[in-house]
Design a protein. Structure first.
Length: 435
């Protein structure tokens, strides 16, 4: 009989080709069916951790999946290194028939991978409304966070009205937001998904809820289409709320000289004390003055300094969640400064939010492409990533047959090389490796 690696390799080849005849022939050569099932469950691709069922599901080979589940009784909820299940792979491949088959055989559809993505997230990302409906009916987690936000945030950002209606009908919260993304209303406005915007308001989305930056009304005040401003005011958006950058919506409108929006907001906005002439013309004129710009610049400096002080205080007390909130605000106030992004990434790494920390390291490198480690805080981030990678290597080398250490090593390897891929030259890569 062939060796186990040879059998595993042959099974993989048959699954990838969709060759059921070959797979059945291989199974007949293995006397112990339990051993064959074990090979199918445990033999996996080194770089991704996908086993034969993941491969067949992702490539849409229904007959292979059916034989593996019904004929060999392989484990239907196995994980890749990123913790994606076979049903997640089937959804990513858009293979409805396989997804239904897995559900019929009690596959769990609610597992999230290490990035927070569930099969429902993947269905929304594919704009596959039939898969969305199917997974929603299976009790998919409506408000589950991921690297791209909740399913509702993703659907709104993609302008998928049918998916938005489906998610809302099954209990998705129209005002809930993940900290990495805007509220659904803001997602709708930024992506110009105005039909989704109306659907959200009709579902009771709160126009006064937002994480940081501009509120929906503040954002709309900067746009040419004043119907959105009117619609938000009708929905009880507060015209007197100050934005994160210390302005009211009417000031946001005036700063871009959107006179039509200023005229709509003027009757419902309380007078701001330091405006010498409280009128539509006076507001636009003062907002364009050097006095106003100087005052705003000073507020910005003070605000950034306060965010930094609070962020450091929270971090020193290991209250990293509060520190993250402060540095996210700082990145909004000064988005082109990589210092705040690096400090944010440091706190996220210390909270164990590896994906978000890595995302912000990559963002920082994009902001400062000529430096692999921009600014003084960068060394800490790079050290954490490299240390994690090296510790995973050590754990794997000490116990190479341990599945858990092997999985951890490969995940770190993947993340490490994703990060290294952002470097712009071999010298930069070498400098990071030698840290």
């Amino acid at each position: 009989m062939a060796s186990l690696p040879e059998i595993g390799s042959a099974i993989f080849e048959a699954a990838a080709k969709g060759d059921l005849k070959q797979l059945k022939a291989i199974s007949k050569k293995v006397d112990d069916k339990w051993e064959l099932r074990q090979i199918c469950d445990e033999y996996y691709d080194f770089s991704t951790g996908r086993n034969v069922l993941h491969i067949a599901a992702g490539m849409g080979h229904f007959d292979i999946c059916k034989f593996l589940i019904e004929g060999l009784q392989v484990y239907i909820n196995s994980f890749t290194f990123k913790r994606d299940t076979p049903v997640a792979e089937a959804v990513k491949g858009g293979n409805m028939k396989i997804v239904k088959f897995f559900i019929k055989h009690d596959a769990v559809t609610g597992y999230a991978n290490i990035g927070g993505f569930t099969p429902l997230h993947y269905a929304v990302l594919k704009d596959d409304i039939e898969l969305v409906r199917l997974l929603v009916m299976q009790g998919g987690l409506m408000d589950r966070d991921s690297g791209d936000g909740t399913p509702l945030q993703i659907a709104v950002s993609r302008g998928n009205v049918e998916a938005v209606k489906c998610l809302l009908s099954r209990g998705a919260n129209p005002s809930y937001y993940d900290a990495l993304a805007d509220t659904p209303l803001l997602c709708a406005l930024k992506s110009r998904s105005f039909e989704c915007f109306d659907v959200l308001l009709e579902a009771g989305a709160d126009p006064n809820v937002y994480y940081f930056g501009l509120s929906p009304l503040g954002f709309a005040a900067k746009q040419d289409d004043t119907k959105i401003v009117t619609r938000l005011l009708e929905a009880k958006a507060n015209p007197d709320s100050f934005q994160a950058d210390f302005t009211k919506p009417i000031q946001d409108a005036a700063m871009v000289r959107n006179r039509a929006a200023v005229e709509i907001l003027f009757p419902v906005t309380s007078q701001i004390a330091d405006y010498p002439n409280w009128s539509v013309d006076g507001i636009i004129e003062h907002t364009d003055s050097e006095e106003f710009k100087t005052k705003m610049a000073k507020k910005m400096r003070v605000g950034l300094a306060e965010e930094d002080i609070r962020g450091k205080q929270y971090a020193s007390n290991k209250e990293y969640r509060d520190s993250v909130l402060n540095y996210r605000m700082a990145t909004h106030l000064e988005p082109s400064n990589p210092t705040w992004v690096l400090k944010l990434s440091t706190c996220e790494a210390r909270m164990g939010q590896c994906n978000r920390a890595l995302f912000n390291v990559q963002k920082c490198i994009r902001l400062e492409p000529d430096s692999a480690v921009p600014y003084h805080e960068g060394e800490k981030i790079v050290y954490e990533i490299v240390k994690k990678f090296l510790m995973a290597c050590l754990a794997f080398s000490l116990d190479p047959h341990n599945r858990n250490t092997g999985d951890a090593f490969r995940v770190c390897l993947f993340d490490y090389f994703v990060w290294l891929s952002q470097m712009s030259s071999p010298d930069q890569i070498l400098s990071c490796i030698l840290l």
